[in-house]
Design a protein around this ligand. Structure first.
Ligand code: IVH
Length: 730
């Protein structure tokens, strides 16, 4: 993050900072302990106040120079008396997310990510899958092959040809409004050029910083004593997430257009046509983009771009292949929030060699143990890596999840020299062990038999929905295990769940240790209880911070259903599953009722949940386990009294089949079963595998048997494939 000192604007209406009477004129090295303490306390309050005014309220009250002077004095005092650095010290707050003050924007069409391919065979499979899905035999498929820019994706909304909003990707459903900053980019037209521009156009693409600009920026940052960015992507992000657009304007950011969101009319019918159209509207598009006609051409494109990679002045981490015909893209649709019609063919990850100093155990939210390797710090792809996940005990022994042999069976020992790999944002992995370098003192690692939590519970290996033993070990303390509770609270306040600013991990841990917050609902009653808790009296935690914290909590009382479900922290219910459940049930009451029934083993409720897209046995078992436990039901009940849960948007509710439960049976001739399911879901229907009285429609092809008989028994409407296609207008 860039500190306040790089602001170039003048600030009006200043409130002069007043120092305590006692010690201002004394050099920090001459302060007595008592004077230092008083001054530190005062400085903490001042810095917090001004930093909040700047970041959260966007209304600075002192100049940069004054702020810097306060910061510098504060550092000197802390250097002289390090014991003054406490949990809430401003030192921890420096680098607080500058994104705090940004408004959230809900994307009209979610911003999704891509499936990754690493091996050439994955690309062959990608193309074959498309052929099978679309039932294409020898027919040629054109692909738009494009470099995968390593920047930040951005959605630009134009209404009547004028730029109205620019939003980051965020969690895909909701991003941050960075319109003012984006307006400073030369590559982004304020007004679209040309005639017949559709009334609504959402142009999507990547904001990036050139390597040259990144190096120059870091030089300037270093000279000014400011934050050094790890790579061009981080510096692009840091430059964009500024409350002050003049800072963004001073950073050379570029933009390549390559995709779209909501469009009131489609100007072209192909990806390549759209890219040309973006150019005509005034955008830059990537000059290396190429139309390919076969797998061989795609792979040759990958090779040639990889060779060119180091010469390019911007970072790329692979190439992207997209089916060119947009009508085919629409037929192919999405699976698990990734398009079936596109794939990212990544470049091999970067590797480095270092020494594994130790292995520690991390107890997760659901009690599972993750051995974490502590490394001799090493730079990989511009980032310093010190920790590496070692997954589980089997992985350390050289055995994979499915029992396969890893690293040719080489185990990992403390003291070993290991090869680590980092691919994009993925957590670094150990890919090999150099046995020749193994010292005699290298130590084998054994998981503890007891949980390191204060309960010292027995450790067991988990089981999957199918009853198979998992490779993960877990603490059996469940709700009594403080490690699990705190991990859940961390997830609860995190950006993708309740997103509560000012309640970072350190603060949360402190509130938890003090017993102020024992479960999620307690966060929302903090303010009510504060006459007793008196948070403002905690050292270094002044009235302003407490007020801001309460403000942040208050602003999050209203939450989207998918975020709420995710925030409950059920095993196997991540963001994607949370969204699928939210879309499937629509409201909290419907989801809650269904989950309670599922927990009681109600077969109809289980079948209904099973029929939802992306929901299978593992998730259902986890939901049943969660709601089957009275302690959890209590947590949920107390929490729902404190918050307002907003219903999920049902997809395409205006289609003829929206909200209907449909069963496909028999063989289909004009589409594959997968395609039929995907289309029905895209139109808002629920596709079920079995017929019951709740089924609205059965689409029966030749050879339909028992399901057709069931439909007739329950009086469910039966359609032929053609009748179905007419109904949905395809
Ligand atoms: S297409 C529905 N094309 O990669 C998919 N993405 O891993 C829309 N990216 O979030 C994305 N270059 O930030 C697409 N030529 C390109 C890209 C590209 C970079 C990024 C983008 C996206 C991520 C997906």
């Amino acid at each position: 993050m860039t500190k306040m000192s790089s602001r170039k604007i003048a600030v009006g209406g200043r409130a002069k900072a007043r120092a305590p009477k006692t010690s201002l004129l004394i050099g920090a090295d001459k302060l007595t302990e008592q004077q230092a303490k008083a001054e530190h306390e005062w400085l903490t309050g001042e810095l917090k106040k001004h930093s909040d005014a700047y970041y959260a309220k966007d209304a600075p009250t002192i100049s940069d120079a004054e702020y810097d002077a306060l910061r510098s004095r504060y550092r000197q005092v802390e250097e002289r008396f390090p014991e003054l650095v406490d949990l809430f010290s401003e030192s921890y707050q420096v680098g607080a997310s500058p994104a705090r003050g940004f408004k959230k924007v809900r994307h009209a069409i979610p911003m999704l990510s891509l499936e990754n391919a690493f091996a050439e065979n994955d690309v062959v499979e990608f193309v074959n899958g498309i052929r099978r899905f679309l039932k294409l035999d020898g027919q040629e498929i054109d692909f738009s092959a494009e470099p995968k820019i390593d920047g930040l994706s951005m959605s630009l909304r134009y209404e009547g040809g004028e730029l109205v909003t620019a939003a980051t990707r965020g969690d895909g459903a909701e991003g941050e409004d960075v319109t003012a900053n984006i307006r400073t980019l030369e590559d982004v037209p304020q007004k679209l050029r040309g005639r017949n521009i559709p009334d609504i156009c959402e142009v999507r693409g990547e904001v990036y910083m050139t390597k040259k600009a990144f190096l120059a920026l870091n030089e300037r940052q270093e000279a000014a004593g400011d934050t050094i960015f790890a790579n061009p992507r981080n510096s692009a992000a840091g430059s964009l997430r500024q409350k002050d657009p003049t800072i963004t304007a001073s950073r050379p950011l570029g933009f390549f257009a390559y995709a779209w969101g909501e469009m009131s009319a489609m100007p072209k019918g192909t990806q390549s046509g759209m890219i040309d159209w973006f150019e005509r509207c005034g955008f830059k598009t990537n000059p290396l983009t190429k139309l390919c006609h076969s797998v061989e051409e795609l792979i040759a494109f990958h090779h040639s771009i990889e060779e060119e990679r180091s010469e390019l002045d911007y970072d790329i981490d692979g190439v992207v292949y997209k089916v060119d015909r947009i009508d085919w893209q629409e037929r192919l649709g999405f699976v698990s929030r990734r398009p079936r019609w596109a794939v990212a063919h990544k470049f091999p990850a970067e590797r480095a060699m270092t020494v594994l100093r130790d292995i520690e155990i991390q107890v997760g939210r659901t009690g599972s143990f993750t051995p974490v390797g502590k490394l001799e710090p090493v730079g990989v792809g511009g980032v310093i890596v010190q920790n590496v996940t070692l997954h589980n005990e089997d992985y350390i022994r050289g055995i994979g999840n499915k029992g396969e042999v890893l690293r040719e069976g080489r185990d990992i020992r403390i003291g070993d020299t290991v090869v680590i790999q980092r691919a994009g944002d993925v957590i670094p992995q150990v890919v090999d062990v150099i046995i020749d370098k193994r010292p005699k003192s290298a130590k084998e690692f054994h998981l503890p038999k007891k949980c390191p939590c204060p309960l010292h519970t027995d450790v067991v290996r988990g089981a999957t929905a199918a009853g198979e033993e998992e490779s993960r070990s877990r603490c059996t303390g469940e709700f009594a295990c403080p490690y699990q509770k705190i991990e859940h609270l961390k997830l609860f306040v995190s950006r993708r769940a309740f997103d509560i600013d000012g309640l970072g991990e350190k603060q949360l841990q402190y509130f938890f240790d003090e017993g102020f917050v024992k479960e999620p609902a307690d966060i929302f009653t903090l303010e009510k209880r504060n006459s007793k808790l008196k948070l403002e009296e905690i050292e270094g935690y002044g009235e302003t911070s407490v007020r801001n914290l309460f403000g942040a909590i208050e602003s999050r009382r209203k939450i989207a259903l998918e975020r709420f479900i995710y925030a409950l922290g059920m095993r196997h219910v991540g963001e994607t599953t949370g969204l699928a459940l939210a879309r499937g049930y629509g409201s909290w009451d419907a989801f809650h009722d269904a989950s309670l029934k599922v927990a009681k083993g109600d077969e109809e409720a289980i079948a209904e949940m099973d029929a939802l897209d992306q929901i299978g046995d593992t998730v259902i078992k986890s939901i049943a386990d969660y709601f089957g436990e009275s302690h959890n039901r209590g947590i949920v009940e107390r929490l729902t009294k404190e918050v307002e849960i907003v219903d999920a948007e049902k997809p395409k509710s205006n289609s003829a089949v929206a909200g209907k439960t449909v069963v496909f049976t028999g063989s289909l001739e004009k589409m594959t079963r997968d395609e039929a399911k995907a289309t029905a879901e895209r139109l808002g229907a629920k596709v079920s595998g079995s017929v019951s009285k709740k089924t609205d429609l059965v689409v029966a092809g030749p050879g339909a048997g028992s399901k057709l008989a069931e439909a007739n028994k329950h009086g469910v409407k039966v359609l032929t494939e053609d009748e179905w296609l007419t109904l949905i207008g395809e």
